[in-house]
Design a protein around this ligand. Structure first.
Ligand SMILES: *[C@@H]1O[C@H](CO)[C@@H](O)[C@H](O)[C@H]1NC(C)=O
Ligand SMILES: *[C@@H]1O[C@H](CO)[C@@H](O)[C@H](O)[C@H]1NC(C)=O
Ligand SMILES: *[C@@H]1O[C@H](CO)[C@@H](O)[C@H](O)[C@H]1NC(C)=O
Ligand SMILES: *[C@@H]1O[C@H](CO)[C@@H](O)[C@H](O)[C@H]1NC(C)=O
Ligand SMILES: *[C@@H]1O[C@H](CO)[C@@H](O)[C@H](O)[C@H]1NC(C)=O
Ligand SMILES: *[C@@H]1O[C@H](CO)[C@@H](O)[C@H](O)[C@H]1NC(C)=O
Ligand SMILES: *[C@@H]1O[C@H](CO)[C@@H](O)[C@H](O)[C@H]1NC(C)=O
Length: 656
């Protein structure tokens, strides 16, 4: 009886395989390097349960992204499936079914594997698959045919894909087309997608890698790169469905988990069938191989062996490992000697220190005033220390002894941004390219604090002296999470204790203590205008007049002389002029008095990255004396209105 049921299962499997092959096309797969599991082991059963979960989730839900984790410790299996953003639910479902059916046959007994279809992908591993960007293994495929004008074509392709990427890193899925060729007759179509759990940086890294690889194919008319965390493809024929683009399938909430894998009830059956299937499948191996070969087009493939990167797994640190001994820090900072003092911030003085290991650190000695207890303080430090982003200064630990509270940060060598942009001699050291990089980095760091981190932190005191520059002049935001560390309730929308610096504070915050992510956006806008002009907001000099930078920017904008506020040391390049004006435009949008008119950081990042995106029109910013014309939109601006798309709709597209 067992053998007859097994036979029918095998028949069904192959039959179903043929059916679904006609719908979903398997492109390739890779079995990882994490070793093998033994048949019928707990891992084996957990994998079965995880795949079954994906299968049934896909069957009952219309979201294109599903994940499942089953088991614990070394037997934990993490799996996800993701459908391409334009694939309709029915096709997505059958692709997921097909992927689930095949993965164990393609990578028998492998602890991790990834499987790519045109319409979807499946990935499982004993390591985390969520928030763990993995760029390897990778598969590249190119069309064998070259474009007639290969040089022009690869230029156009690059321009197109750069645009697609900038949209994809925010929305996790993007497509775009562009005409190419001297007669403009042919069109290039591009598509990119990241798994929706990735933040902007993870997605950016993965797609950047993919873009580098696709560049190998110089003039070919089509190609794609497949990675566990992202995919990229371009063709000269439409290969995606323009009408069904849904933006970034949002991670669906996990339904209440079925009982854990320990109940092997029913799984034994499946495992037995798998054993028999494996034995009998040898007979069908030839048939399968042929089928696979037919659907596998690999003109070119990387020869290096695929390896999964596992070093990204987030280590969970306890407060003990973060706690430093006061004596250690005293020695490191030479007893907080004035010669080691780096600066004085709103929350206390900062000293440079060198630990015994030789590691350089910055130590912030908090001024007394917090009434937080030790446990509470520890917990907050632990949370803030988990915020990790390349544009945030990393908090390494703390010290809490008696009345002393110290925060220990990574040391950032080039000091703060204000020491560059506001100093005549050093200002010229920062060319536009570097300033633009700083603006973009600060925007990403802030976006991470607002949306991508688990804590959703509002900075409340963003200004040039809180933006530090590393050895490569990459910006790192410092002093974030101070409200938490000082025990101010972050969840409440207003506070009696207004932290922040006049000139950077949004009016609603300065006046009523009301803060929100949009008050940070305001400070960001001021920062952008300062970076562009090289002058401080509260003492902008225009000839002999001293006025607020925001109002000077607005007045010049209205008079179509926005370029007058640009730092003279930047003016010699007309190439960057458009970019600079666009930054002034974005800065003005950020400092709008009306909170609702300010963009979110997600849209700011999108605006900075996507040059072709039309911007909304700024109206009068806050803190401007209201005398003079009441007209809020200048002539030029109303012309631009015709071409501007509705920014609000873009804002809403961000998945969250
Ligand atoms: C996954 O398996 C590999 C190889 O067996 C092992 O090195 C790694 O630590 C495992 N990862 C986890 C999270 O257990
Ligand atoms: C793991 O499986 C692969 C392929 O099935 C096989 O070649 C290899 O020998 C196995 N390794 C171990 C340690 O069992
Ligand atoms: C999936 O849905 C189809 C029809 O929509 C149904 O026939 C099938 O039994 C379902 N499978 C699972 C595993 O839920
Ligand atoms: C699936 O992913 C979401 C977010 O990406 C996460 O909140 C959820 O816990 C995950 N589910 C499992 C079972 O890992
Ligand atoms: C396409 O161009 C590449 C170099 O750019 C060349 O190596 C390759 O042979 C060309 N292929 C065809 C089919 O002409
Ligand atoms: C290119 O994309 C636009 C939308 O962005 C669409 O309206 C247009 O039809 C597409 N062109 C082609 C040739 O597919
Ligand atoms: C694209 O999607 C629409 C709407 O769902 C559908 O009617 C159409 O057949 C699809 N086109 C292709 C080429 O798949």
């Amino acid at each position: 009886m067992a053998s007859s049921s097994a036979a029918s299962i095998i028949f069904f499997t192959i039959f179903a395989g043929i059916i679904s092959l006609s719908q979903s096309s398997l492109v390739d797969h890779a079995c990882g390097t994490n070793g093998n599991y033994t048949t019928n082991s707990l891992y084996d059963r957990n994998l079965g349960t995880a795949l079954a979960k994906l299968y049934s989730n896909a069957n009952t839900s219309n979201s294109g992204f599903y994940n499942a984790s089953v088991g614990k410790d070394s037997d934990k299996v993490n799996a996800l499936v993701l459908c391409r953003g334009d694939v309709q639910p029915g096709i997505c479902r059958s692709c997921v079914r097909d992927a689930v059916d095949k993965i164990r046959k393609l990578c028998p007994n492998q602890k991790e594997a990834v499987e790519w279809y045109d319409e979807c992908m499946l990935r499982y591993s004993n390591d985390s698959v969520i928030n763990n960007p993995v760029n390897e293994p990778t598969r590249e495929m190119f069309n064998a045919k070259n474009a007639t004008d290969a040089v022009q074509f690869s230029k156009d392709r690059k321009a197109l894909l750069d645009e697609v990427r900038e949209e994809a890193i925010v929305q996790k899925f993007a497509t775009r087309n562009m005409s190419t060729g001297t007669d403009g007759k042919s069109t290039i179509y591009g598509l990119m997608q990241c798994t929706p759990d990735l933040d902007i940086d993870g997605c950016h890294d993965c797609l950047d890698d993919a873009l580098e690889e696709i560049a190998d194919g110089s003039g070919t008319i089509g190609g794609q790169v497949l990675k566990p965390s992202c995919r990229l493809r371009f063709e000269i024929t439409p290969f995606y469905n323009e009408t069904t683009i849904v933006f970034a399938p949002s991670p669906q909430p996990q339904p209440s988990p079925p009982p854990p894998s320990s109940s092997s009830h029913g799984k034994d059956n499946i495992t037995r069938i798998v054993i028999i299937t494996v034995v009998v499948i040898v007979g069908f191996a030839v048939l399968l191989l042929i089928l696979v070969c037919i659907f596998k087009k690999k003109p070119k493939q990387r020869t290096d062996t695929a390896t999964f990167q596992t070093d990204n797994v987030e280590e969970i640190r306890s407060s003990d490992s973060l706690q430093y001994d006061f004596n250690t820090i005293e020695v490191a900072t030479k007893h907080f000697s004035p010669s080691n003092k780096l600066g004085q911030g709103g929350f206390g003085a900062v000293f440079k220190g060198t630990l015994k290991s030789g590691q350089e650190v910055a130590v912030k000695r908090l001024s007394k005033g917090s009434e937080q207890g030790e446990e509470e303080f520890k917990n907050e430090v632990l949370l803030v220390a988990q915020l990790q982003h390349r544009n945030l200064v990393r908090l390494l630990g703390f010290c809490y002894e008696g009345t002393e509270r110290l925060l220990i940060y990574e040391f950032v060598p080039n000091g703060s941004l204000d020491r560059f942009i506001f100093e005549t001699t050093r200002r010229s050291f920062l060319d536009w390219e570097q300033r633009y990089k700083i603006i973009g980095g600060v925007a990403r760091g802030l976006l991470y604090l607002h949306e991508d981190s688990r804590l959703r932190i509002i900075h409340r005191d963003l200004k040039p002296s809180n933006v530090l520059l590393d050895a490569d002049m990459n910006p790192k935001i410092s002093d974030f999470g101070m409200a938490r560390l000082f025990g101010v309730d972050e969840t409440q929308g207003n506070t009696s204790r207004v932290v922040g610096t006049y000139g950077y504070m949004a009016p609603e915050y300065a006046m009523y203590g009301e803060f929100s992510a949009r008050s940070d956006v305001f400070s960001f806008g001021v920062l952008v205008l300062e970076i562009v002009s090289g002058q401080r907001n509260n003492c902008f000099r225009n000839g002999r007049n001293v006025q607020e930078l925001t109002s000077a920017a607005w007045k010049n904008w209205q008079q179509e002389s926005a370029s007058d506020i640009i730092d003279p040391t930047l003016k010699n390049s007309s190439e960057s002029a458009r970019e600079i004006i666009r930054c002034i435009h974005i800065g003005l949008l950020c400092v709008q008095e009306n909170v609702a008119e300010r963009p979110t950081m997600a849209s700011v990042v999108l605006m900075l990255n996507t040059f072709s995106l039309a911007l909304a029109l700024p109206s009068q910013p806050a803190f401007l004396s209201r005398s003079g014309s009441g007209s809020r939109v200048s002539e030029r601006s109303s012309q631009a209105l015709d071409h501007s798309m509705d920014l609000a709709s873009i804002t809403e597209l961000h998945p969250r």
